[in-house]
Design a protein around this ligand. Structure first.
Ligand SMILES: O=C(O)CCC(=O)C(=O)O
Ligand SMILES: [Fe+2]
Length: 320
């Protein structure tokens, strides 16, 4: 692990926990799982009621559109423009991952806004104000991530409830907050164990961007005895929904360039994780009730996740 200015770079051998020296050892942060065996899906289409000819267990096909989980926002039609996605992906690879294939995670820290005293002198004048008085959005993050956040702010505005949008992109009048960007790189076959993002470190309102390749993300919620009993046999009929006695699970396909927002119940009460697989079975775009699935082989995937650091948690990477 090394700290360079506002940048904390962690080198994590595949399959090991990201370990910390503080009390968060007991909570999950980012555990990458790697497949030990090669798996493959040769056919492009698959009927979910049949066995997968490659011999792997396809499970239920994942869903492609928003899940009925309060606080989870996902619109498959809201995508980063292709050139922006390629640009950010390349920039991250070149800057953080090119020289060491063992690095699969990088954390960066910034502020939603620099206060007057923190604002860098070189910020460009806006509305005629002297440059040293201009609060700068996402100060501390590299410029390509600041631009990405600005794109996300515009892209998400029409599809998010205003309060959720405000949670992610607070107005200038609100006190400055520390933001973390975590960049995860997944080679095909790798995943991340089901987890809830650290409760002691991160606040509400998480944005995740998928780049390079899609993958299925699974959401699981443990049920109380009364919930388990009351829904007996009456869960959603959607194929991507699974329920056993004690938990419910939804699988959502995140295509490359897509954007996921987790807040409230989705952030606090559901785990999210990515199974380690070489391919994903995804429901086709036909109307509800169709059980055809399409196999997507996983490629090199990068996710960029933006989260709020709780007060006091900023010290992790040094205060910008
Ligand atoms: O790769 C992703 O999209 C999720 C990453 C994640 O959940 C995390 O780093 O906490
Ligand atoms: Fe997470």
């Amino acid at each position: 692990m090394s700290v360079t200015g506002d940048r904390l770079v962690l080198s994590i051998p595949n399959g090991l926990w990201l370990t910390r020296s503080d009390d968060e050892m007991s909570e999950r942060n980012s555990l990458f799982d790697e497949m030990s065996e090669e798996d493959d899906c040769s056919p492009v289409r698959h009927n979910s009621s049949q066995a997968n000819p490659s011999g792997s267990v396809p499970g239920v096909p994942a869903r492609r559109r928003a899940l009925p989980i309060p606080g989870l926002f996902f619109d498959p039609s809201v995508l980063l423009p292709p050139e922006r996605a390629v640009d950010v992906f390349r920039k991250c690879i070149d800057t953080y991952f090119r020289d060491d294939e063992n690095i699969n995670q990088v954390m960066l820290f910034g502020r939603a806004r620099a206060g007057v005293k923190d604002a860098p002198l070189e910020s460009s004048p806006v509305d005629g104000a002297p440059s040293h008085q201009i609060p700068q959005a996402n100060y501390g993050l590299p410029s390509f991530l600041r631009s990405l956040l600005s794109d996300l702010e515009s892209l998400l505005r029409p599809s998010l409830p205003p309060l959720t949008h405000r949670l992610l992109f607070p107005p200038q009048s609100e006190p400055s907050r520390a933001r973390q960007a975590i960049i995860n790189l997944y080679r095909p076959g790798e995943g991340i164990s089901p987890h809830v993002d650290l409760l002691s470190r991160f606040g509400d309102g998480i944005i995740g961007v998928s780049l390079g390749s899609g993958c299925v993300m699974s959401f699981v919620k443990e049920q109380t005895d009364s919930e388990a009993g009351s829904h007996d046999g009456a869960g959603p009929t959607d194929l991507a929904f699974e329920k056993d006695g004690h938990s419910v699970r939804w699988d959502l396909y995140l295509p490359e360039r897509s954007i996921l927002v987790l807040s409230e119940e989705a952030r606090y009460e559901w785990t999210h994780g990515i199974d380690r697989r070489m391919e994903d079975w995804v429901g086709d775009n036909s109307e509800e009730g169709g059980d055809d699935a399409i196999c997507f082989k996983r490629g090199l995937r990068m996710s960029i996740t933006f989260r709020w650091l709780l007060p006091g948690a900023e010290v992790v990477g040094g205060d910008p």
